[in-house]
Design a binder for this molecule. Structure first.
Ligand code: FAD
Length: 457
């Protein structure tokens, strides 16, 4: 079939970070796609904020490293993980990111890039603008309603959400970047395996509250990326968005005690936030609220015929560790150049089989890692999730997994038990090995601040 029989070479469903990255990368390879996103614009809720070095490398190759740093400039000074009673009250611990991540010279030996910080609601417009500039056709307010595929292509029905008008399009390939509840994945009948939130709840139920309040004086000089608040009754995780007046507060709720996100009224959020900050008279405005459940799931297949799953459509992981957006962008990067070469006739379509072969194992390692970052200790100190036998994947690829607690969100546990000390050492050694920096000097430097903590015996 000639290319003129198609409306677009590639139809992308979903305009989150994975879909936008796919659109940009395809367009830059000379294959401008059609992207449809059901929302009227890019995300209004700043979910992800951390961009790892690989994502920054990809952004660098498309000339956007500087633009993204500019968009996230307000977070550039966020260098700490804080543990506090309340933000205005006692500070329990301050861990600089240099003690958790390879930085500076050590990093410069392996990459020209550094870690990036940019809230998702600031990043997405940068990707969208660049994708459009390179010829991608981005249609917001447009739903992918249904699709079918045959040997030559994909036929899809789109709906304009404003008018309700339907339109048929024909594409050579379909990229499903339509998120965790992917219509494409479900229509293809591709199951997900792993540790879901619904059946067990071990990974927790949370509400991510985006709010406005002027906290700049409270954080100046100790700007954080994460701040664990430990005040009983107001426990939660504060996340910086612009280090001035936009923040996120992440609170856990317990469905076993009859709690639901709906039970949290705006007034209750405001009260919780004031208590966590420790300023009863603080002006707080709730901007948006995003309930989420910790899940760890991977699609059995990342490809079905001419359709490819990327991002959360292919793998869902807890946000701990900040891997979700990054893994999606990296999926898109892997797929885009392959699709482009095949569409230009430079490569055999068999090249596309390597997408799943390369990205699914990566997703499994990353999902495992995110689970370990999130899992909190049970009261007796045992891990909440104890490894792959509960997770259900068919082979041993998750066998490296043993649930380990999120570092020291529980101060007493994390600073006093032998198990905690052993966990820190294991994690730090792993980090050093992973980054090929497993040198004793580095390890000594990494562990010194931990040993110096109070209660560290
Ligand atoms: C509280 C929280 C904090 C997080 N923090 C981090 C972090 O620090 N670092 C990190 O890397 N990740 C983080 N994540 C994860 C990250 O936000 C997601 O992994 C990322 O958004 C996934 O991108 P995506 O493009 O695959 O999917 P999404 O962002 O979910 O985008 C999918 C898009 O598809 C659209 N869509 C769905 N169905 C259709 C359809 N039929 N037709 C048209 N459009 C459709 C949706 O409207 C949506 O915009 C966090 C997540 C949460 C909830």
């Amino acid at each position: 079939m000639s290319t003129s029989s198609y409306d677009t070479p590639v139809l992308i469903a979903g305009g989150g970070p994975a879909g936008l990255a796919a659109a940009l990368l395809l367009a830059r390879h000379g294959v401008p796609p059609l992207l449809v996103e059901r929302h009227a614009g890019t995300s209004i809720h700043p979910r992800a904020r951390g961009l790892n070095v690989r994502t920054m490398e990809i952004l660098r190759t498309v000339g956007l490293e500087g633009d993204v740093r500019d968009a996230g400039a307000a977070l550039a000074t966020s260098r700490y993980m804080l543990f506090v009673d309340t933000l205005a009250g006692e500070e329990i611990r301050r861990v600089p990111d240099a003690d958790l991540l390879p930085v500076g010279e050590a990093l410069a030996r392996v990459t020209p890039c550094d870690w990036g910080r940019c809230a998702q609601d600031e990043l997405e417009p940068v990707l969208a603008t660049a994708a459009r500039a390179h010829g991608a056709d981005l249609r917001f307010g447009t739903d992918l309603v249904s699709f079918s595929q045959d040997a030559d292509g994909v036929s899809a029905t789109l709906a304009d959400r404003a008018t309700g008008a339907h339109r048929a399009v024909r594409a050579q390939y379909l990229v499903a970047a339509d998120g965790a509840h992917s219509l494409v994945r479900e229509s293809l009948g591709v199951p997900m395996a792993g540790l879901g939130p619904v059946s067990r709840g071990q990974l927790g139920h949370f509400v991510n509250v985006y709010f406005r309040a002027n906290l700049s004086d409270l954080v100046r000089g100790r700007e954080f990326i994460l701040c664990f608040v430990e005040r009983p009754g107001a426990e939660g995780l504060l996340l910086a968005v612009n280090n001035a007046d936009r923040w996120l507060f992440n609170v856990e709720y317990d469905p076993d005690r009859g709690e639901t996100p709906d039970a949290f009224t705006p007034a209750r959020y405001v009260a919780l936030i004031k208590a966590a900050i420790g300023l009863p008279d603080l002006d707080v405005e709730i901007l948006s609220v995003l309930p989420w459940e910790g899940a760890a799931l991977i699609a059995d297949r990342f490809q079905a015929g001419r359709a490819f799953l990327v991002g959360d459509a292919a793998h869902v992981m807890p946000p701990a560790g900040g891997f979700g957006l990054n893994t999606g962008v990296q999926d898109a990067h892997n797929l885009a150049w392959k699709l482009a070469l095949v569409l230009k006739g430079t490569a055999d379509p068999a090249l596309l089989d390597t997408y799943e072969a390369e990205r699914r194992p990566v997703a499994r390692v990353v999902v495992d890692r995110a689970v370990r970052e999130l899992a909190a200790p049970t009261p007796d100190g045992a891990p909440a999730w104890d490894g792959p036998e509960q997770a259900g994947p068919e082979d041993g690829a998750w066998a490296t997994a043993t649930a380990t607690p999120w570092p020291s969100s529980r101060r007493s546990w994390a600073t006093t038990t032998p198990r905690a000390r052993s966990w820190w050492r294991t994690e730090l050694t792993r980090l050093a090995k992973l980054t090929r920096l497993a040198k004793l000097t580095r390890l000594a430097k990494l562990t010194r601040p931990m040993r110096a903590q109070r209660n560290w015996t």
